[in-house]
Design a protein. Structure first.
Length: 53
């Protein structure tokens, strides 16, 4: 659809890497928050999300 562009290719490859690291960070943050609610706050959030209540 478009011709080969080395600069665009390098930019998109770099962006792909950054988005991957950002996604990994968000997953770690989400799991950490879930563990904090479950083990530290014990406020029932995990029980409300469970399918086996």
């Amino acid at each position: 659809m478009i011709s080969k562009d080395q600069a665009l290719s390098e930019r998109l490859f770099s962006l792909h890497g950054w988005v991957g690291w950002l996604l990994l960070g968000l997953i770690v943050l989400h799991v950490g928050a879930a563990l904090w609610h479950w083990r530290v706050k014990r406020d029932g959030v995990m029980a409300r999300m469970s399918l086996f209540r």
